[in-house]
Design a binder for this molecule. Structure first.
Ligand SMILES: NC(=O)c1ccc[n+]([C@@H]2O[C@H](COP(=O)([O-])OP(=O)(O)OC[C@H]3O[C@@H](n4cnc5c(N)ncnc54)[C@H](OP(=O)(O)O)[C@@H]3O)[C@@H](O)[C@H]2O)c1
Length: 329
């Protein structure tokens, strides 16, 4: 470990494996290039990050792979010290396609196994990269337990084949989990979901943790740079919530740091995105010092606005009325 490297705490998955308590997101929100992100991965790992949240749909795995190879060659980190998450995109849910997609991602990332491989969305609906919020795919379908389980069975076989150490899900609801959990042979180790002070999903969080599964929180800062398709006038900006600003002022820190301290202390793994060194270093450092008090944690709990940012309306199927149907509301 170099002198300026920050030591990241970890959480333990049900298998006994350790997962870093914070990671780096790699979705450029249609705003940052693959080169920007690959450079940030090198800087972030050099600064102490040990978890990288990747996905084939982010379109940057090949560039990140070159970075990972360099990190290993430069002996900044070994493969075993790094925790790499991958995700299968919605257009690769058919028979035999999960393994194909997983192997493609591994090849691009120049690694031979994932630590965690997630089903990115629980249905085969997809949209073209960079599409606008009104675009719809006429082939989209609602969630089906049978279709999901055929995807999950393929994920289970990735574990058997050593292509990933763990498997997990993303963008699920309590209702969907209740339906699929009894059918899983391999239990999900982690479930990725939108989590930030303005959208805490207390029921889903409680359901997941009570099953011994680690929640990973995406958009932990309220995704201020998210694409236009994921913005509506009602959205709350987490870093401007009065409770967050007040606590930030008390600690003399940026509101972003309050969001991250809250996330880690609550028990989820936040995966903030940034390509800016000052930001990603402070995002990592802040979780290792100056914790929030129990009172502050409680104040944030009460400040939940139930404000979902990634509504997923581009995945709606013909006949669906609104994005709420995706989330079983
Ligand atoms: N599973 C899923 O379906 C799913 C969905 C969405 C996201 N994700 C994952 O979650 C990751 C994080 O979500 P996200 O990227 O949407 O949002 P986010 O991490 O909440 O927000 C990222 C933005 O916050 C700003 N920021 C970061 N650190 C900061 C700091 N210290 N001070 C001030 N501003 C700061 C940056 O804005 P500027 O760039 O303007 O500086 C950055 O682009 C993604 O990258 C992706 O890996 C997964």
């Amino acid at each position: 470990m170099s002198a300026k490297e920050i030591k990241v705490p970890s959480k333990t998955l049900y298998t006994g494996a350790k997962m870093p308590a914070i990671g780096l997101g790699t979705f450029g929100s249609d705003k940052y290039s693959s080169d920007d992100i690959a450079r940030a991965v090198y800087g972030a790992v050099s600064a102490g990050y040990r978890l990288i949240d990747c996905a084939s749909v982010y379109g940057n795995e090949a560039k990140i792979g070159v970075t990972l190879e360099k990190l290993f060659q430069d002996k900044i980190v070994s493969r075993e010290e790094l925790f790499v998450t991958g995700k299968v995109w919605n257009d690769m849910h058919g028979d035999g396609q999960i393994e194909k997609s997983c192997k493609n991602s591994l090849k691009d990332l120049k690694i031979d196994y994932f630590d965690l491989y997630l089903v990115h969305w629980p249905f085969p609906n997809y949209h073209a990269p960079g599409c606008d919020g009104d675009s719809r795919n006429p082939d989209s379908r609602p969630f089906s337990v049978e279709e999901f389980m055929s995807v999950w069975r393929q994920c289970e076989s990735l574990v058997d084949r050593g292509l990933t150490k763990h498997i997990g899900m993303s963008n699920m609801t309590v209702k969907k989990l209740e339906e699929v959990f009894p059918l899983c042979t391999v239990k999900p180790a982690a479930i990725e979901m939108e989590l930030h002070p303005g959208f805490q999903q207390p029921e889903l969080f409680q359901f997941v943790t009570s099953h011994g599964i680690v929640p990973i929180g995406f958009c932990p800062l309220g995704s201020p740079s998210r694409p236009k398709r994921d913005r509506t006038p009602e959205d709350v900006a987490d870093t401007q919530m009065p409770e967050i600003v007040k606590i930030a002022n008390t600690h003399n820190i940026h509101p972003v740091e309050v969001c991250l301290k809250w996330a880690v202390q609550r028990g989820q793994i936040p995966i903030p995105f940034s390509v800016k060194e000052k930001q990603y270093v402070s995002n990592l450092r802040c979780i290792t010092e100056d914790p929030l008090t129990d009172e502050e944690m409680d104040e944030i709990r009460q400040a939940d606005k139930n404000c979902r940012l990634v509504k997923g309306q581009v995945f709606l199927w013909p006949g669906a009325k609104s994005w709420e149907e995706i989330w079983d509301l």
